[in-house]
Design a protein around this ligand. Structure first.
Ligand code: GTP
Ligand code: MG
Length: 368
């Protein structure tokens, strides 16, 4: 309900409005008497009426403002002030405009799960597609793996890798398979690494990420922030085959912290992106924590591609890392849930289905 500043003159006050993009906004209130004049304000300023867009009317006791073809500019707090000779009375209402859904998601997991379970890599000698997850400390890299394992193994994996903290909890190069020996393994592997941090003395060394992309890093390698892996180290694989290489680079970023990322971390990540570009490696972004970024999405994950806030965060990601928007996927990880939720699964599966195809394209086209 809109807020009522003075009851005296109103029979009914303005009500808050939530409309879809392109719809008409209608704000109506009723006064107790007819002999009144009205002025409208938006966000505390006199409303700038635009011809064919704003229609202000008074019919007897009824006062209305109609705004055609709602868009983001029309959002705000609208106030009507009624005046008679003695005194004024005002009431206000908040108008919210929801964007059109700009990307469609299949909110039914079965088809996507089946398609991924049955996925055949085009190049026969490659048995599994390799994904490298990298990003700032605590971005949700390990949680992404847990979420994917949860989807395919049908039991919650929430706390086995993820942890709270300001320094990276993942300190070894870890390859994670998805599936189990009973139901079979899926044809992809997720490689989990230490988080990227500001400064030269902490977080994964950028050269190590680049070595991992090219397949030079063996499982179990303990990351050393001070010095990168060299050919002399027994964790260094000298002549990696196409099966050892990474087939898609997956950057994981917290949606609610993009604008707070320090310049050093961004530069390190941009350097990794440049290396990926040189070898034409697909590069995508998984934008985590959409639930802590947008209230509407928190209430209903299916609103994620209608949310202006999420759209803005995707735009910030695009600008910070130069990844095109069609390769940026907002996701929510399992972190406190007690049950499996199909909406969480579907959002992740939608992203996974696309990146699996892109990784397969890379493998099919790759020639050493
Ligand atoms: N609300 C919310 N919390 C999340 C989400 N994803 C991860 N988290 C939480 O964020 C914290 C860090 O997640 P991790 O998966 O450990 O992050 P990481 O990138 O692997 O971190 P390091 O390995 O330490 O660099 C954990 O407490 C998670 O539960 C999400 O989508 N929503
Ligand atoms: Mg981790």
């Amino acid at each position: 309900m809109g807020s009522l500043l003075s009851k005296a003159e109103f029979a009914t006050v303005l009500a808050d409005q939530k409309v879809n993009f392109g719809d008409e906004i209608v704000l109506v209130c009723e006064a107790k008497t007819e002999d009144l004049t009205a002025t409208w304000q938006k966000n505390g300023q006199k409303l700038d009426c635009v011809h064919d867009k704003h229609i202000v009317e008074k019919r007897g006791n009824l006062f209305s403002l109609r705004i055609k073809k709602a868009d983001e500019q029309d959002e705000g707090m609208y106030t009507i002030t009624l005046k008679d000779k003695q005194k004024d009375a005002s009431c206000s209402a908040q108008v919210t405009v929801e964007l059109k859904e700009w990307r469609k998601v299949e909110w039914n997991q079965d088809i996507m799960i089946r398609e991924l379970r049955d996925f055949n890599i085009r190049r026969e000698e490659v048995e599994q597609l390799n994904f490298l997850l990298y990003g700032p400390v605590g971005a949700g890299k390990s949680s992404v793996i847990n979420t994917i394992k949860t989807i395919f193994e049908r039991r919650l994996y929430i706390n086995c890798l993820a942890a709270e903290g300001s320094t990276s909890q993942t300190i070894y190069y870890k390859k994670c398979e998805v599936g189990n020996s009973k139901d079979g393994f899926l044809p992809f592997i997720f490689n989990d690494i230490m988080g990227v941090e500001e400064g030269d003395q902490s977080g994964v060394h950028t050269d190590d990420i680049i070595s991992a992309l090219k397949g030079h890093v063996k499982e179990g390698y303990p990351f050393n922030p001070n010095s990168p892996l060299t050919e002399l180290n027994h964790y260094y694989l000298k002549n990696p085959s196409i099966s050892d290489r990474i087939h898609c680079l997956v950057c994981v970023i917290q949606a609610d912290k993009i604008s707070m990322m320090d310049e050093d971390t961004i530069q390190k990540m941009q350097r990794v992106r440049e290396e990926a570009k040189k070898i034409a490696l697909p590069h995508v972004i998984l934008m985590t924590r959409v639930d802590t970024t947008c209230e509407m999405t928190k209430k209903d994950l299916r609103s994620v591609y209608k949310s202006k806030r999420i759209n803005k965060k995707m735009e910030e990601c695009r600008v910070a890392l130069g990844v095109q928007k069609s390769c940026i996927f907002p996701v929510k990880n399992y972190y406190e849930e007690k049950d499996i939720k199909e909406d969480i699964n579907c959002l992740m599966l939608d992203a996974l289905t696309k990146i699996v195809h892109w990784a397969d394209d890379y493998v099919a086209e790759y020639s050493s």
